[in-house]
Design a protein around this ligand. Structure first.
Ligand SMILES: [Zn+2]
Length: 194
């Protein structure tokens, strides 16, 4: 069994030195799920709440100084910040669809690179097909399966593997892209029949 369809050339994926996807994002409060999903898709997505920043001026300043695309539900703020993406929906899947419609390439990388919880870089810990491991087996908590590839966040130590949660995430990303495509067709053709 070769596992996950990875070739030997792919083995470095998940290495923390891998560059992130562009652009980088700053996600405003109230859009936490969007921040998580951007990270799952491999983007560097800072979340205002994690940074302890809520004031519009500070958010605008960080977006500018760190060259981050602002994602916000605040229309006034979006109008003040160049290139900001305004989200109108309250529902995470629809918010993701709005991002896709704004031209953000949403797809789940084959190999996760960013921690959904804290935006830290992920480091591959183990490779089940060879038993190769960069760390002693005793580091692995009991709840982490031993028969799958695992990654760990360099920043918060959270463990990741592709289980049912990963499949749920992938399904929601696909649904969001379908909604975006459908809405795009509506605006192009005026066809609302589906
Ligand atoms: Zn983390």
């Amino acid at each position: 069994m070769t596992g996950c369809g990875e070739s030997s050339e792919d083995r470095d994926h998940g290495d923390a030195s891998r560059p992130s996807r562009e652009p980088r994002f700053l996600v405003d409060v109230m859009c936490g799920t969007v921040a998580k999903y951007l990270r799952f898709c491999g983007y560097d997505a800072a979340y205002a709440l994690d940074l302890g920043v809520e004031a519009d001026d500070r958010i605008a300043a960080i977006a500018a100084s760190e060259d981050r695309t602002l994602v916000t539900r605040d229309r006034e703020l979006a109008e003040r910040v160049d290139g900001a993406v305004l989200l109108e929906s309250r529902k995470p899947t629809d918010q993701l669809a709005e991002l896709a419609a704004a031209g953000v390439d949403l797809d789940l990388a084959d190999v996760p690179t960013r921690c959904g919880r804290c935006n830290g870089r992920l480091e591959r810990v183990s490779e089940p097909t060879t038993g190769e491991s960069d760390r002693p087996e005793s580091d692995r908590p009991e709840y982490v399966p031993s028969d799958v590839v695992t990654w760990q966040c360099r920043n918060c130590d959270q463990w990741f593997w592709k289980g049912s949660h990963w499949r749920d995430v992938r399904e929601r990303v696909r649904r969001a892209r379908r909604i975006a495509a459908k809405n795009g067709d509506w605006s192009k053709n005026g066809d609302v029949t589906r």
